[in-house]
Design a protein around this ligand. Structure first.
Ligand code: MGD
Ligand code: SF4
Length: 728
């Protein structure tokens, strides 16, 4: 749909959902002659966390097509395959359809159907008993996605400070910490990358195209089309590497070496942006001194990239400054030095003058709206501090998931006796599944709020089925693209089966826990209307368009000679970090060596496929058809040596003797001989998932070891070695 077409449609049919959303009694057969005109309802995608604007085409109460909202900057009229696959999620016959209570032992998944009243009453009763015996903080929450808003609210009202999301320690936390230390702010989500104007782009393991984030892929394609020079550092010849002038097949764990060498060359050869560095940064002299030892020849030995290539690519960056983008990545939980690697990315960005410049990282839009909370009532002061706090000085507000697992296992600093798992598959998201399972056995209560019976849900005592994002309202999404905007999620169809929105489940549970004052609205629609009013936004217009933009808020670039105060303690970009020094960490990144696989062993690396998001889409009928299972990438020479053919089934065994499910070998020149690569999220162990059950190999099962970054608590998961066996 083009912007013009959509505006025409919106004018005619907008507000459908708010006015009279069609009730789905049964799934209509496609191809049946429609009895009513199609309705077009804008909403926001949740098939991944890019949160694109969607226009749903609804015919006779059935969603028949999803398109990108042309008004929304994250979609620009297009959706990725997973966005289109939202229909598959909605109509997946394996969906959770009713509340369930496990009548067997923990994890036995002997579920009986329950009414909402029975299931919520059961949970509330157990929670009160746990609170009486151990204190409110003994209830922990592992959560991801929009459902988090309501359950974090409920938990805090209940009196517990213990929650964590995989999006910090297992994903982008290290990047956030590094950029906050350097620039005083994170690069945002979606990242504020001015790809469309970049003349040189460096991708450090960021496999754009395979790791599909809609507008980012669109801008990358645009930059490539305009002739940007792409440099890819990846042990695997990724799809993006196919668009690159330079593919540098770096030895895993050594990215920091090349980054430091680049900084050294750029300073040494005077290729940095001198005016920018003088005006906006502190600590340049200290950095210049510190990187002297990181010569291209030294870096060649570490990275196995020829010194000449390192110099040549450094010059490409220097020549194209400031219109260069050193992509800060997203899933940066790789090794034990994630923050320092990301600090090097930030320092390189700064000396090239690329922060707040065209083609680099654009500035945050200038718009602030006063927060409107789910209730005005203050949360009770927790009796004990959050278990997340203290161990990692720069851990973010989203918390560290492994702290909850560890405290549950050890009861140190105090027992955790109940877990809520909402919108996260604990078995696939967190490493060391044995620890997760042992922790689960120590609980008195495990509650899952999910849409699908994924692995983690099968461990629950009580399962509360949430409806999908196409069937519910959620809180507004503030979008910080080049300009500021608000994205709206509204039901496109009514919830199917006996499923409920997350806000409803939290509110009803709150009621049963005597916390109704924290939910002072009847429906979420009422809350959103009040919020829109407080923000001076036309709610009806938002319902019709799905996205409202504030174009006056855009201020993407620094103007010539502008005085700009960064939000760091010094007000400058801190190349040398006093904050890190104060806490006993290196103020300038120092290279550290990591363990390498010995003969016959391979480093297990993992990534994404464009048609799947983590584990959550592996059972989706539309997306499963596009990719039913993952394959193990193996270098062709290694395969020959082992007598393996493309398509053969193999089993991977890790250093702790853990064996994977059988998986097909993808024999290819496109990977270094010392690595094996898997797409993350496959091989569900849930028998209730007819498509995803035991399909492919689970990378997480093989990740029994992890390395924690002491600065942020970020969890390095690429530290496991595997052997290949043909025994299946
Ligand atoms: P999924 O495995 O997709 O991802 O970790 P998770 O967010 O746990 O599990 C999502 C679960 O949420 C599924 O059970 C799904 O059905 C449910 N769900 C999806 N949408 C909704 C919803 O709207 N409501 C409710 N109630 N439930 C919903 C992701 C995490 O994993 C992240 S962010 C990263 S970056 C890491 N990636 C990663 C990796 O690449 N490799 C390895 N080995 N581990 C990783 N762990 C991290
Ligand atoms: Fe949905 Fe794809 Fe956008 Fe993610 S990138 S929000 S899956 S359309």
């Amino acid at each position: 749909i083009t912007r013009r077409d959509f505006l025409k449609i919106a004018a005619v049919t907008g507000g459908v959902a708010a006015a009279s959303t069609p009730v789905v009694k049964s799934v209509l057969a496609l191809g049946k002659k429609p009895v009513s005109l199609p309705q077009y309802v804008p909403t926001t995608c949740e098939m991944c966390f890019w949160r694109c604007g969607v226009i749903a085409k609804v015919v006779d109460g059935k969603v028949v097509k999803l398109d990108g909202n042309p008004l929304h900057p994250n979609s620009r009229g297009k959706l990725c395959a997973r966005g289109h696959g939202g229909i598959g999620l909605l109509y997946d016959s394996d969906r959770l359809k009713t509340p369930l209570i496990n009548t067997g032992s923990r994890g036995e998944a002997k579920f009986k159907k329950a009414s909402w009243d029975e299931a919520l009453g059961y949970v509330a009763d157990r929670m009160q008993k746990i609170k009486e015996k151990y204190g409110a903080e003994s209830v922990g929450l592992l959560t991801h996605g929009t459902v988090s808003t309501y359950f974090m609210h409920l938990l805090q009202a209940f009196g517990s400070p213990n929650f964590a999301m995989p999006s910090f320690a297992l994903c982008r936390g290290a990047r956030g910490v590094a950029f906050e230390l350097t620039f005083g702010e994170d690069v945002g989500n979606p990242e504020r990358l001015d790809l469309q104007n970049s003349k040189a782009i460096v991708l450090i393991g960021s496999h754009l195209g395979e790791n599909a984030h809609n507008s980012q892929c669109q801008e990358f394609a645009e930059a490539v089309g305009k002739g940007a020079t792409v440099i890819v550092l990846d042990p695997r010849f990724s799809t993006a590497a196919g668009k690159a002038k330079y593919w540098l097949p770096i030895k895993p764990t050594t990215d920091l070496a090349i980054l430091l060498a680049w900084i050294n060359i750029i300073i040494n050869e005077g290729l940095y942006d001198k005016d920018y560095v003088a005006k906006y940064t502190t600590g340049f002299n200290e950095v210049s001194q510190a990187v002297k030892e990181y010569t291209p020849e030294w870096a060649e030995k570490e990275t196995e990239i020829p010194a000449g290539r390192i110099v040549e690519t450094a010059r490409v960056l220097g020549k194209n400054k400031p219109n260069v983008l050193i992509h800060p990545g997203r899933h940066t939980a790789w090794y034990s030095d994630n923050v320092q690697r990301q600090r090097a990315v930030a320092i390189l960005t700064a000396i090239l003058g690329a922060y707040g410049r065209p083609g680099g990282i654009y500035l945050n839009p200038k718009k602030k709206l006063e927060p409107v909370f789910l209730s005005d009532k203050d949360y009770p002061e927790p009796q004990k501090p959050a278990i997340n706090k203290g161990n990692y000085p720069f851990a973010g507000e989203e918390g560290v998931t492994h702290a909850i697992v560890k405290a549950t296992l050890t009861e140190d600093p105090y027992p955790i006796k109940a877990w809520f798992i909402t919108g996260t598959n604990i078995m696939k998201a967190m490493p060391n599944q044995r620890d997760t399972l042992n922790a689960v056995q120590r609980l008195d209560l495990l509650v899952a709020v999910d849409m699908m019976p994924y692995d983690g849900v099968m461990l629950a005592d009580v399962v509360l089925p949430e409806c999908t994002y196409l069937e519910r309202h959620d809180d507004f999404f503030t979008v910080k693209e080049r300009s500021f905007g608000i994205s709206f999620r509204q039901p496109v169809v009514q919830p199917m089966y006996d499923t409920k929105p997350g806000w409803w489940i939290a509110k009803e549970l709150g009621k049963r826990l005597g916390l109704e004052e924290y939910f002072p609205w009847n429906t979420f629609d009422d809350f959103l209307k009040a919020k829109a009013e407080a923000w001076g936004i036309d709610y009806a217009e938002l319902g019709q368009k799905g996205y409202i933009d504030f174009p006056e808020s855009a201020k993407p670039y620094l103007s010539q000679g502008e005085d700009y105060k960064f939000k760091t303690p010094s007000g400058k970009i801190e190349l040398y970090s006093n904050e890190l020094k104060k806490h006993g960490f290196d103020p300038i990144p120092k290279y550290t060596k990591h363990e390498q696989p010995s003969e016959g062993w391979f480093r297990l690396i993992y990534g994404r496929a464009p048609v799947h998001t983590f584990s959550r889409t592996t059972n989706n009928p539309s997306l499963w058809e596009l990719m039913e299972e993952n394959v193990a990438w193996i270098n062709a020479k290694v395969a020959k040596r082992m007598g393996l053919k493309h398509g053969d089934y193999i089993v991977l065994v890790n250093q702790d003797g853990v064996k994977s499910n059988k998986v097909r070998a993808k024999v290819t020149e496109r990977i270094r001989p010392d690595c094996i690569y898997l797409v993350h999220g496959f091989c569900s162990t849930s028998k209730l998932l007819h498509r995803a059950y035991l399909r492919g190999a689970d990378d997480q099962q093989l990740i029994t070891k992890y390395a924690i970054d002491p600065i942020s608590g970020s969890v390095g998961m690429r530290v496991n070695f595997v052997k290949i066996t043909k025994e299946v």
